[in-house]
Design a protein. Structure first.
Length: 434
């Protein structure tokens, strides 16, 4: 048994009594009241999920296992010669809450390599799809096609104690996580590079190997490491994470669950936002023409956008009330690696001007940029100029946190999700005090 799995088993044994005690001794304690607006409005802000892998604080941003993004990057062991940590080390951390040593991160990297070979039938399935198929459809289909490999489904059919369900789920999640970068890179090369597939390099870590298979030189390997970690987890309330949690709660294996989450991530209101931001910014640059993007020029252009009834994509967030730390992390990368890139310079000037404009307008609860305001610029700079592929990158990262959370859901025996609905007439009666 690997070090990670031994530590995880110990953590599970230590955590289970906490959940049992909460249910037995404090199950009737109220957490919050629900309003009609929340009932109609997609349960926004209703505190009714448990996610120990991450927490989204309105003022601090995302915390992974209690650590802020800068703390996470600082604590985790770095890939030799890289400014960024092993994604495999982050997997250890998000599963256990413990910061791994360099040796432990490299042990997970070796384990992933041993699990990373993708069944040949997956390539057959992808090659059989229509050339105009969206990359997210291909990604979701590839994941779902591997469901026949599920250890969890096999063990469940054979009969397994509820307390042991986490073990085959862990194996499935590791198997799937190890294969996702190869599948993502294949989709990119197959669809956008005339099928010129780059074989994996077994000497490289997950991030480095992904960049290699994409056919993009250093420092794109650091982009991959940074991007996958930043997009890994966001509590369980967002669509992709919640879909995975929901489907998994029916004791569906992680292939079914992750495919469902990827389908949710493909929605314009979720994972496609970075594509929208980049397209809007490029149109914004075209309108500027030969004008230098000074503060006054950008300010006038932003007001023109708002006065026409449009929004400024990439600004605002459902929970955050400050600049998204994921935006800040990517901005720091850009300042170091592409400070004079025209598209980044425009993004930077918008960042300088937009919050003040939005505050003056007075409609935005959060006038600060989110992660999507920056991420597409980096991909474009390194030659990944096909918008439709961006969400696949997002999906590889999002799998890390959601699959870890799915493992813990099985370890703690969380039940099937089954919220209760009301009719509109019932809500009207409640509103009248009946």
């Amino acid at each position: 048994m690997s070090t990670l799995k031994k530590v995880l088993a110990q953590k599970i044994d230590e955590h289970r009594p906490r959940t049992t005690k909460l249910l037995k001794e404090h199950g009737d304690v109220k957490v919050s009241d629900v309003t009609i607006a929340q009932v109609i409005g997609g349960a926004r802000g209703v505190r009714c999920l448990v996610t120990d892998t991450s927490y989204l604080d309105p003022m601090e941003g995302i915390r992974f296992r209690g650590k802020t993004i800068p703390e996470t990057f600082e604590a985790l062991p770095k890939v030799p010669g890289s400014d960024y940590p092993y994604v495999e080390g982050f997997w250890y951390f998000i599963l256990t809450g413990d910061v791994p040593t360099l040796e432990q991160a490299q042990e997970v990297a070796a384990d992933f390599k041993a699990r990373s070979e993708v069944p040949s039938y997956v390539w057959d399935v992808l090659r059989a799809m229509s050339p105009d198929t969206h990359p997210m459809t291909m990604f979701s289909t590839a994941i779902l096609s591997m469901q026949r490999e599920s250890v969890f489904a096999k063990k469940y059919r054979e009969g397994l104690s509820k307390m042991e369900l986490w073990d085959p789920m862990y194996e499935d999640c590791c198997n799937l996580m190890a294969k996702l970068p190869t599948i993502g890179a294949f989709i990119y090369r197959h669809k956008f590079k005339n099928g010129d597939i780059v074989a994996p390099d077994p000497k490289l870590d997950l991030g480095g190997n992904f960049a290699h298979m994409m056919g993009i030189d250093h420092p794109y390997d650091d982009v991959a490491r940074m991007y996958f970690i930043l997009h890994s987890d966001h509590e369980s309330g967002n669509v992709s994470a919640h879909a995975i949690h929901l489907v998994g709660s029916a004791l569906s294996d992680c292939y079914y669950a992750l495919s469902a989450g990827i389908n949710g991530l493909a929605g314009p209101l979720h994972g496609l936002a970075n594509e929208e931001v980049l397209r809007w910014t490029q149109n914004f640059m075209e309108k500027l023409g030969d004008k230098e993007p000074t503060e006054d020029v950008v300010k006038d252009a932003l007001w023109e956008t708002l006065n026409s009834g449009q929004v400024i994509p990439g600004y605002g967030h459902a929970v955050l009330r400050k600049t998204d730390p994921r935006y800040t992390s990517q901005r720091e990368f850009c300042l170091k690696n592409l400070p004079d890139y025209p598209l980044f310079k425009v993004i930077s000037m918008i960042y300088k001007v937009a919050p003040g404009v939005l505050q003056e307008q007075g409609k935005a609860k959060n006038p600060w940029p989110n992660v999507d305001a920056q991420s597409g610029v980096i991909q474009w700079y390194y030659g990944v100029t096909d918008y439709s592929f961006y969400t696949v990158l997002f999906g590889i990262g999002r799998a890390i946190g959601t699959l870890a959370n799915l493992t813990w859901s099985r370890a703690l025996g969380y039940p099937i999700e089954r919220p209760k609905s009301l009719t509109t007439a019932m809500l009207e009666d409640i509103a009248k005090g009946k």
